[in-house]
Structure formats: C-alpha cells, structure tokens
Design a protein around this ligand. Structure first.
Ligand SMILES: NC(=O)c1ccc[n+]([C@@H]2O[C@H](COP(=O)([O-])OP(=O)(O)OC[C@H]3O[C@@H](n4cnc5c(N)ncnc54)[C@H](OP(=O)(O)O)[C@@H]3O)[C@@H](O)[C@H]2O)c1
Length: 217
C-alpha cells in the first residue's frame, strides 16, 4: 500500500517502521522538514511536504496531537476534498492530559470531527488505545486493535495494516462507535496516570466469547 504519515513523533515512527518492514511504501511529513527527513531515513521511507504526502495515497495516518488536527487537515487541503476517497486513520486521543476526560462535546467524537474536516475521506478510528512500544517491542501477549469506520474497503485496508504490525484487528462497527472507543482510551489513560493497571480493571476473558466472571450487563 502507499501510505502517507502526517507527524514525525512516536506513533508515526513506530507504525511507519513496521509498515515499511511489511513492504509498504511510506512517506512522512511534519511541520519540521528536518524531522521528517530524519524519520524517513530511519524507517526507510521518503519525506515530503504535507500536501504532497497525502496525494495518491491508499491510506493516511494522522499522527499529530488533537490540538493540531484542524490546522494539519487544513494545511493538506482536507476541507477542500484533498482526502476524498482516501482511507484516513485517526489514532488521536482528544483527552485531558493525565486525566483522560474527553475534550469533545457530548455526543461527538474526534473521529467524527475529523470526518467533517476532510469531506469524502474514509475515516477509520484505530491505534489510539495502544502505546507505540507495542509496535517497537516484542509482544508477550496477543494485541488487539479495536477499530471502527463506515467504509468497508477502508476497514479492510486498516485491518491489513493492523495485521502488518503483528496485531489482531477487531472491527466494532461504524464511525458512530468512535466516541465509545475514545472514551475507553480516556478510561485507560485515567487509570494508568492514577497508578492502576488498566488491564486489571476489565474482566479477563479466558477464551473468545466467554468471560471468566459474570459479564457486565
Ligand atoms: N504516544 C502514545 O502513547 C499514543 C498512543 C496512541 C495514540 N496516540 C495519539 O497519536 C497522536 C500522535 O502521538 P505521538 O505520541 O506520536 O505524539 P508526538 O510524539 O508528540 O508527535 C507529535 C507530532 O505532531 C507534530 N505536531 C505537534 N503539534 C503540531 C502542530 N501544532 N502542527 C503540526 N504538527 C504538530 C509534532 O511535531 P514536532 O516534533 O515539530 O513538535 C510531531 O511530529 C496523538 O494524537 C496521540 O494522542 C499517542
């Protein structure tokens, strides 16, 4: 696949490296051309200006902080349709740092806002729940990436990209599930920053479809 990555930070580096290793063509872009060149050199991709990095791409990863999303999408022409027909992966966490409460109003989602800023893009919420070390270090357990989106072909493409980083894709539904997935990330962040293991706060499922305790209702 031809993949464009907007952002040159931890998520961009970790996923970009794995996708290059899986045989994809990856271009990266950031507000710092020097950082984009350095990252491209490290992972074996190419650095381009942001507007060029989204052109003729099968998928674009929006790997910037929530506060930067609107500016970055405007810079690449999202509101003018530059991403129409493109799979746009949203890994953002629009949450209050270290607390986890959502910065998005009731009933909205970050992914939904992104879809509104990039008309025609096939937005898929994915990769927001897991830290970049899941993609850079050997996993000691199976990793599941929960994702959602409205376009079946885009969900298939992102599912392939999930498998290419060694994880299992779990498609949970349309983009109307994004708010829930974003709340879960906020819950995890809130627990982690409070010193609790988020994995210990959810039921342990011993095999698919069977919870070890009484399932929550
Ligand atoms: N780190 C995690 O554990 C994690 C896990 C899952 C999802 N996420 C989400 O993934 C996204 C990227 O996270 P990250 O950890 O990769 O962040 P990061 O390491 O801080 O990198 C952020 C990238 O965005 C750029 N950026 C920051 N502000 C910008 C602005 N105003 N305009 C344009 N570019 C800007 C940064 O450029 P400079 O280098 O020039 O500042 C950098 O390239 C975030 O939305 C985050 O919530 C993070």
């Amino acid at each position: 696949m031809r993949i464009g990555i907007l952002g040159t930070g931890a998520v961009a580096a970790a996923l970009g490296a794995r996708w290059v290793a899986a045989g994809h063509e990856v271009v990266v872009a950031g507000r710092s051309p020097a950082k984009a060149r350095a990252l491209a050199g490290r992972i074996g991709g190419a650095a381009l200006a942001p507007g060029e990095a989204v052109r003729d791409r099968d998928a674009v990863l929006l790997a910037v902080p929530w506060a930067a999303v609107e500016d970055v999408l405007r810079e690449v022409g999202g509101p003018d349709g530059a991403l129409a027909g493109t799979t746009l992966i949203d890994p953002t966490n629009a949450v209050q740092h270290a607390v986890g409460t959502l910065l998005i109003g009731p009933g909205e989602s970050a992914a939904g806002r992104i879809a509104a800023l990039a008309p025609g893009a096939h937005v898929v919420k994915a990769f927001h729940l897991l830290t970049p070390d899941h993609w850079t270090e050997q996993a000691d357990r199976e990793v599941t990436v929960a994702l959602c989106g409205d376009e079946p072909a885009a969900l298939d493409a992102v599912s392939r990209l999930v498998r290419d980083v060694g994880a299992v894709p779990a498609v949970l539904g349309g983009l109307d599930r994004a708010r829930q997935l974003e709340e879960v990330a906020g819950f995890v962040i809130g627990l982690a920053f409070s010193g609790f293991d988020p994995a210990a706060a959810v039921p342990r499922v011993v095999r698919p479809g069977a919870a070890s305790g009484t399932p929550a209702r």
